[in-house]
Design a protein around this ligand. Structure first.
Ligand SMILES: Cc1cc2nc3c(=O)[nH]c(=O)nc-3n(C[C@H](O)[C@H](O)[C@H](O)COP(=O)(O)O)c2cc1C
Length: 405
């Protein structure tokens, strides 16, 4: 929720101004207070009444309009903003900011604010590639302006290329994450693994499992939201990259093992939620295996047990595993904690409806290395991620106390 947050949105003259209506409506649902400044050009695309109705606030556009409540609008709006988002950001507004021009309500307010300013460019791809604009963008980045880059796609003018404005859903998530993030995990490096691995049999076939990566992606998002430097090592998934994490894509268990090892030495925490294949075919056929009359036997060999290997060289890192069982959940989980030198394990029973792969919810038990079992009732994976991160923060605090003794 964004209650008590003041979001100032500057709308410029581009076709994608219509998408900002959706953005305002999404932010309003999260209870943010939204003020909107429209450039004169943008009022050709959207009537200010639309934004006024969506934001429930007066929309400002003309510098020399009578100020509301006897305040000077560009100063009062600039001061009260927690974040200032310019969407769509035209080539024109970026050129003006980069050159210190303040000749209308929007550019003057940008000049007057101390709030973080997020620019969301949108334009024809030739305009976007123009070297003058690119120089302006570099200059603005150096000054600390934040950018949500445009994406490749079909543009309103019919061309295809880079210049399409980021989707409102993505901008909303970015703003929410920016305004709600904390610094509890600042300076801490956290590795999160997620998703399945795929073990090739031949060029077209593989062994894998039903993991979707949802739990690991939720944990990575929440850890980044609390200020950690997150490395998300992910097997193949269909999920969007969480905001603020370093994403490393891998396919096989061996690749996942190598990726973890190259980041492990200076990590503070490793959360291994990936469903790594225990076995892989002993041989990978270089050609597609042809269908024959007889049955086909594929010999499997063991993959490296990543968690076990990490446990052997753990030192003072915090190591968290996941267990997914169909029987003897607690006994198996406790054994895994011991064998793999874990601090705690998040165990879920696949027999329970709403737990495990693919669901947006999970039902788990958190079991610590002293054998204490905490039952967590059914909840959204994103909320469970918060609980897991709370436990990690507690362990990190205790680790610091232990160090001082
Ligand atoms: C139909 C139409 C679409 C436009 N779309 C864009 C756009 O997507 N991005 C952009 O930078 N300029 C676009 N422009 C040009 C801007 O409207 C123009 O540069 C204007 O001066 C921008 O003013 P502002 O930055 O004060 O809003 C478009 C113009 C028209 C007529």
């Amino acid at each position: 929720m964004l209650k008590d947050k003041n979001i100032l949105i500057g709308v410029c003259g581009g076709i994608s101004a219509y998408k900002v209506c959706d953005l305002v409506s999404r932010l309003k649902k999260k209870e943010a207070n939204i003020n909107i400044i429209m450039t004169r050009a943008s009022t050709n695309f959207i009537n200010p009444l639309t934004f006024q109705s969506l934001s429930l606030n007066k929309v400002v556009s003309d510098m020399f309009d009578k100020p509301s409540y006897l305040e000077i609008d560009h100063i009062s709006l600039a001061k009260k903003a927690d974040i200032f988002v310019i969407a769509p950001a035209t080539a024109n507004i970026m050129g003006k900011i980069a050159n210190g021009i303040a000749d209308d309500m929007l550019s003057t307010t940008i000049m007057a604010t101390k709030a973080p300013v997020v620019l969301v460019p949108a334009m024809n791809s030739n305009m976007y590639e123009n070297p003058i604009l690119q120089d302006n963008i570099s200059l603005l980045k150096n000054y600390g302006y934040i950018f949500i880059d445009p994406v490749d796609g079909r543009l309103a003018c019919g061309d295809t290329g880079k210049g399409k404005m980021a989707e409102p859903e993505f901008i909303e998530k970015f703003i929410t994450s920016f305004l709600t993030s904390s610094s509890e995990l600042k300076g801490k490096k956290i590795i999160v693994t997620a998703g399945p691995t795929k073990e090739p049999i031949d060029p077209v076939r593989f062994i894998s499992n039903h993991s979707t990566g949802k739990m690991g992606y939720a944990i990575a998002e929440k850890a980044a939201n609390r200020g950690a430097d997150v490395y998300l090592i992910s097997g193949p998934t269909n999920l969007e990259m969480p905001i603020g994490v370093n994403l490393i894509n891998v396919v096989s268990a061996k690749e996942m093992y190598n990726a973890i090892m190259s980041h492990y030495y200076n990590a503070d925490v490793v959360i291994k939620s990936a469903a790594v294949s225990d076995y892989k075919p002993s041989e990978i056929s270089s050609q597609k295996i042809k269908k024959e009359d007889e049955d086909l036997l594929i010999k499997l060999e063991k993959n490296p047990d990543i968690l076990y290997e990490l446990g052997k060289i753990k030192e003072n890192k915090i190591l968290i595993g996941f267990a997914m069982e169909t029987q003897n959940l607690i006994e198996n989980a406790k054994e895994k904690i011991k064998k793999k030198n874990l601090d705690f394990i998040v165990a879920n029973d696949l027999n329970q409806k709403g737990a495990g792969f693919a669901f947006d919810t999970n039902i788990v038990k958190i079991i610590d290395k002293n054998g204490h079992v905490e039952n967590i009732s059914k909840m959204a994976k994103i909320d469970l991620a918060d609980i897991i991160i709370d436990r990690v923060i507690m362990l990190l605090k205790n680790r610091n106390i232990d160090k001082r003794l």
